[in-house]
Structure formats: structure tokens, C-alpha cells
Design a binder for this molecule. Sequence first.
Ligand SMILES: [Zn+2]
Length: 380
Amino acid sequence: MATRARPTLALTRELVARPSVTPDDGGCQALIASRLAPLGFASETIASGGVTNLWARRGTAGPLVCFAGHTDVVPSGPPGAWSSDPFAPVVRDGHLHGRGAADMKGSLAAFVTAIEAFVAAHPRAQGSIALLLTSDEEGPATDGTVKVVEALKARGETIDWCIVGEPSSVERLGDTIKNGRRGTLSGVLTVRGVQGHVAYPHLARNPIHLVAPAIAELAAMRWDDGNAYFPPTTFQCSNVHAGTGATNMIPGSLELQFNWRYSTESTRESLVARLSEVLDRHGLDHSLAWLPDGKPFLTPRGRLVDVVIDAVREANGITPELSCAGGTSDGRFIAEVCRELVELGPLNATIHKIDERVSIDDLETLSGIYRGVLERLLVR
Ligand SMILES: [Zn+2]
């Protein structure tokens, strides 16, 4: 079919053809900014540590609707394992094949074509529209969205409603929208004992024996009961190490790595306090080190969730389910400057895999859904 009839497919192709493995942007943001400029968007590039970020906004009045996503992709894996070149997009069996087609260059293209159609139909709509893009979502995420959020915070710019284009759908486009994500916090516990000979334990202090009852208590702990949106918080030990390999030695110290996936019923502070209470009560000579955490976020049912559900229903005839499952996303950063945020994008069945692909019909439907969201928030 002609490009004219499938504008979202055409732009997705152009984006997939620009290889942009984390943290490279591959010129994707410049291409998108060039499409938005004629619509009256002011673009700002916020570069940090080799990462390219884009903040593009049309209008200065509130309310502000923001579309957010990433231009970077995960590596292709062995290109020979693909049915076709991962960075030479091709349509086969009704799907566009290529790295990033579903995660998430198809969503980025749908943002742009939705905005183009919306602005053409409602050139003087109230409020503002913004696009927040990063090339550091699949990587460490230290120089990406978080930097844009810092810049917005510094000048007091806030977002009313944000739609993140992460591939949230499971079996049919729009069947699942994410209205929250659990938090994640990883730490390293070091317990100090006194090294010695196993034959003379009275002259040593065995950190394995000292920490064992504390681990048992932590593993059995009920951290919270979750809530209507989140399951209860979970705690897992992932690595434990002590000893030199010799069988006749009591080790001098022990290192334990652990992680929480936590609901909005707990906070980083509450989890750390409860852990410390257990460690102190067991009399452990210890220290704790922390990895960068991801805060949980939650958008309860309200204006944005209702509007997105309605737009999906109109475009696709199905009613989406709300879900807070899965790992972390950049939504955790944006939530700090945003009132309501949801994630809605294409099917996630092939993301990060060999032969990643997206349905070409879904691309245009997704654009229609995003446009429907804009119309409900800024016109109706
Ligand atoms: Zn993604």
C-alpha cells in the first residue's frame, strides 16, 4: 500500500533503518524534530554522557500532554540468525521486521503521525503537547530521561498527562495498559566476623552462622500486603559469598546481595529501616551498600486512564486491562514531574528477540489511539 495511506509504517521504516543501539540515537531524534518543527514545536536537545535526549513542546499553556519514549534499541544479536537484516526494515506477512520495530520505534512514529493529524484537525486546540525522547532507556538509564526530568524540575515545568509508548500489549493491540510499575532496590550486605581455624571456633566468629537466622527472618518477612493495584512487596537474596575455598577455615566476612520489588505501600526508607532493625537485633557487625534504585509509580483510575481506555475501545473494540506487572521503565522518572502517566504500545511478544516485528495494521491503529487520547484531553 502507498506511503500516503500508511504514514506510521513509512516513518517506522525510516527510524528502524537508522541503527541506534544504546546509547546511540542514530539521528532518530533529529528526524522526529524535523517532522515536528513545521507544526510549531520548539525542540531542545539535552545531551549528557554520550546520550542524546529531546524535549519538544508545542504551546506554553496548560494542560500539557506528553508522549515519551526511547530511540535506542537493544543489540540485534547475531544478524545471521535473523530472517532479514535487522536494520534493513522489510514488510513480510503483514508485519514490519527490524530491531526496534516494536520496542519502540513504531510507537515513536505513531506519536508523530497522531500529533500531525491532531494539529491539522485542531490547529487551535487548548493546552500544549510535548515529546520526551531519550537514547538511554535500554542502557543504564543514568543520562537519559532522568536528565530531562531534572531540567523540567529546575524550571518548574510539569506534565499533566503522559503516555509512554512502551510495548504494553500482550495478544491484541491495546489489551493491556500499564498504570504503574513496582519499585526496585538492590543492596549488598557485608557481615564481619573473625577468621580462624574450624577446629578452634571459640577463637573465631563465623559470619555465616551469625547471618543465617537474620536471612531466615528476612526471607519470611511480610513487608506489606500490596494494594488494589500491586501485589505484596517481595524480598529475594540473589548472591551470597563467604570463605576462601579451604575446608578448614572459618571465613572472616560474608557478602550477601539482595533485591526488593516493592509496591507503593512501602518506601525505600521503610524497607531499609526494617532491614536495619533485623540486622541490629541479631547483633551483626555489618555495613550496607546500595545500587541505584527505581521508585514505584502508580496512576489510579482517573481522567487519563479512563480516556486511554475509551480511545482503545473506539479504535479497536476491546477494553484494556490495567496492569502494574513487569520490570522498571522510564515512567519511574517522569512520574516525579507528572500528575498521571500510563504506558500503552504495541505487542511485546517479539521485543528484544531475533526477528522483532510489529503488525503494520497495528501501527496505524496505534496512531489513531494516540490521536483519540489527544482529542479527548484537549478538545472534547
Ligand atoms: Zn522499550
